[in-house]
Design a binder for this molecule. Structure first.
Ligand code: G
Ligand code: G
Ligand code: MN
Ligand code: NA
Length: 256
């Protein structure tokens, strides 16, 4: 079992690492972005997945310093890839509720951008619908973040039970269709209908759409033919360590 003191020490000892999962543009089939996904490189247990420690980090508030480390590391890495001559990518970073509710969030993001020199347009923060229950407060927070020039995406879209009215009001750029809807494309008429409806609605609101959890060629073809912008999933790549992503980007650049 993971304890609070273990997490605290892991932060001090810098035992966390980021892995990155590519996001493919379905029109060009090229990598347009990556999502940063944190893992704990535990000295005895090996790589610990986020679902084993993010909930405790949220409960204890340690998600705030951990989240700031994730943000800074993801921005630094994206900037470094660009400096090495690789293509410009969008870097997706997950925010937790605790981070989203802090008054100093936009100051933190601003200082990380200044420090790393990353173009704000190359950062996409991912929030979930359940984080935006307080519509007025969320709107203020999102407006401040958008003022920095970054992108905002709604993660796990379709699973949040929230009113859709926020979609018109919030300054957001993208919906990420939850993988539960993607997994039954082709097999389940209702899920295809939900995916179609999300695509139509998003595009009429001028939002981009990323499909998550794309595992089969049939799902990819369906999404592409229905105008989905980008896709992420095991079909293209699992989350990979930094060095492997860099190799993938280099291979793509020389057209391999
Ligand atoms: O990487 P994996 O597929 O195991 O991720 C599992 C869950 O952990 C996902 O819901 C993902 O959003 C969450 N997660 C991964 N990295 C981070 C992070 O840096 N911050 C937060 N808040 N959640 C993360
Ligand atoms: O919740 P969030 O969307 O932030 O996290 C993405 C999670 O989805 C990570 O745990 C990642 O490892 C996982 N994931 C990414 N691609 C696939 C996929 O094709 N299938 C499944 N089952 N999970 C995936
Ligand atoms: Mn995500
Ligand atoms: Na998701």
């Amino acid at each position: 079992m993971v304890l609070e003191t273990d997490l605290r020490k892991a932060l001090e000892r810098e035992e966390f690492v980021l892995w990155y999962q590519p996001q493919i543009n379905l029109a060009t089939m090229r990598i347009k972005g990556v999502e940063a996904l944190v893992r704990w490189n535990h000295p005895e247990l090996g790589l610990v997945p986020p679902n084993k420690f993010i909930p405790l980090a949220e409960e204890t508030g340690l998600i705030v310093p951990l989240g700031e480390w994730v943000l800074r590391t993801a921005c630094q890495t994206n900037k470094r890839w660009q400096e090495r001559g690789l293509q410009k990518l969008r870097m997706g970073v997950n925010l937790s509720m605790r981070q989203f509710r802090r008054d100093d969030l936009s100051d933190t993001v601003a200082s990380v951008l200044a420090e790393t020199g990353l173009d704000p347009a190359d950062l996409e923060l991912e929030i979930t619908e359940s984080m935006t229950m307080d519509l007025e407060q969320s709107l203020l927070t999102l407006q401040k973040l958008k003022g920095l020039g970054i992108q905002i995406g709604i993660d796990d879209f379709g699973t949040g039970y929230s009113s859709l009215s926020y979609l018109k009001k919030f300054p957001i750029d993208r919906l990420k269709i939850d993988r539960s809807f993607v997994s039954d494309i082709g097999a389940d008429e209702n899920d295809s209908a939900i995916v179609n409806t999300i695509l139509l609605m998003a595009h009429s609101l001028h939002l981009k759409v990323t499909a998550e959890g794309v595992e089969t060629e049939a799902q990819k073809e369906y999404l592409k033919s229905h105008g989905c912008d980008d896709a992420q999933g095991y079909l293209f790549s699992r989350p990979l360590p930094e060095g492997e992503i860099e190799q993938l980007l280099r291979a793509e650049q020389v057209g391999v």
